[in-house]
Write a protein that binds this ligand. Structure first.
Ligand SMILES: Nc1ncnc2c1ncn2[C@@H]1O[C@H](COP(=O)(O)OP(=O)(O)O)[C@@H](O)[C@H]1O
Ligand SMILES: [Mg+2]
Length: 335
């Protein structure tokens, strides 16, 4: 599987927002890739650029945002070289996105049936009457699959008649109705109760497995990734700081930021003691620190970390760590 070409390849992506207050450097050489059928968890605290990365994958960065450099390849072709028409036929059809907070993605003025049918018809080549017939059947079918009871009647419901959990199910149905190759689920559990969160992530997992969808699951909750993703990429200040398979991360995370994130999902007192909970917040993208972006929060930071950007180091078996102290076998901090 590792020799296969990635289906989605994000390489050295730089995105900025030029505002009156200054330039926000939100993505700073972001790279990650997804192979066919893989489930990758993209994890980081709020504000590290996860949603901007999701928008970039569909080239929907709007001014004052600007893609400064880098490329995104889908099936080997650079998305940034495609025409707007080509992108329109790709979005929601080959690459789908669910945005945080389901109700914000649904149109309050249209029934959920109409929204599902519109999404289907937009990408159908059939004559209108035939497309409508198929769209109706596909909509009921997908609502049933995402666990909406009595889907035929529910087609007539308006979004405000749905609970947060049900609305999130409809959003997943919308994203999957055209059987996309890649699903990007941006914070699919945001704003939901804990029990509903578990149901939604389980549903998402079941759906992508059944449909063979390649999935990018974006969350700040590492616990959700543990059970459902094959690989994890930990993001900080618009860069990946550690990436590996999920088991490896939980058994032997190396980057101080990943360790800190892990400590938030483990009991204190176990191997990642409270010493790894980093103080502070991610940097303001308008005022990024010099050297390693984590250095103001990192207990191991030295002069080198304050002055020079760390390299990406493969510490073994494709386990990548961006830290000055990373070397073959792991991270050993200097004195
Ligand atoms: N339209 C915009 N103008 C200026 N800054 C923006 C804009 N959109 C996002 N940002 C900035 O990009 C950064 C990352 O945002 P986001 O991708 O939403 O983070 P995450 O999804 O990881 O919580 C934030 O600091 C945010 O302020
Ligand atoms: Mg976000």
């Amino acid at each position: 599987m590792n020799n296969e070409k990635p289906i989605l390849n994000v390489e050295d992506l730089t995105v900025q927002f030029c505002t009156k207050k200054g330039t926000a450097k939100v993505l700073n050489g972001l790279s990650f890739s997804l192979r066919q059928g893989e489930k990758l968890g993209l994890v980081g605290e709020s504000g590290v650029g996860k949603s901007v990365a999701a928008w970039a994958c569909l080239k929907i960065i709007k001014p004052p945002g600007e893609i400064v450099s880098g490329k995104i390849e889908y099936k080997g072709e650079n998305l940034f070289e495609k025409s707007e028409n080509e992108l329109i036929s790709l979005r929601g059809n080959e690459i789908s996105l669910t945005v945080p907070r389901a109700h914000s993605q649904l149109n309050p003025l249209l029934t959920i049936g109409r929204q599902l049918m519109n999404a289907y018809i937009a990408h159908s080549d059939l004559p209108r009457r035939e497309a409508k017939k198929q769209a109706y059947e596909a909509s009921i079918n997908i609502l049933d699959k995402v666990g909406i009871p009595d889907p035929k009647n529910r087609m007539n419901a308006y979004p405000n008649e749905l609970s947060g959990g049900m609305a999130q199910r409809v959003v997943i149905a919308l994203a999957l109705i055209n059987k996309p190759t890649v699903l990007i689920a941006d914070d699919p559990t945001g704003g939901l109760d804990v029990t509903i969160q578990a149901q939604i992530i389980e549903l998402l997992n079941k759906m992508v497995e059944e449909m063979g969808t390649t999935a990018l699951i974006i969350t700040h909750h590492l616990g959700l990734v543990a059970q459902h993703c094959d690989h994890v990429a930990i993001m900080y200040a618009g860069q990946i700081v550690e990436s590996c398979d999920t088991e490896t991360l939980f058994a032997s995370a190396q980057h101080p930021y990943s360790k800190s994130m892990l400590s938030s999902v483990r009991d204190t007192g176990d191997q990642w003691g409270p010493e790894f909970i980093l103080p502070g917040r991610p940097p303001n993208p308008m005022e990024l620190p010099g050297g390693c972006y984590l250095n103001p929060r990192c207990p191991h930071a030295t002069e080198l970390c304050r002055s020079k950007e760390p390299p990406y180091v493969d510490i073994g078996g494709g386990h990548i760590v961006k830290c000055h102290f990373a070397k073959e076998g792991g991270v050993e901090y200097g004195k």
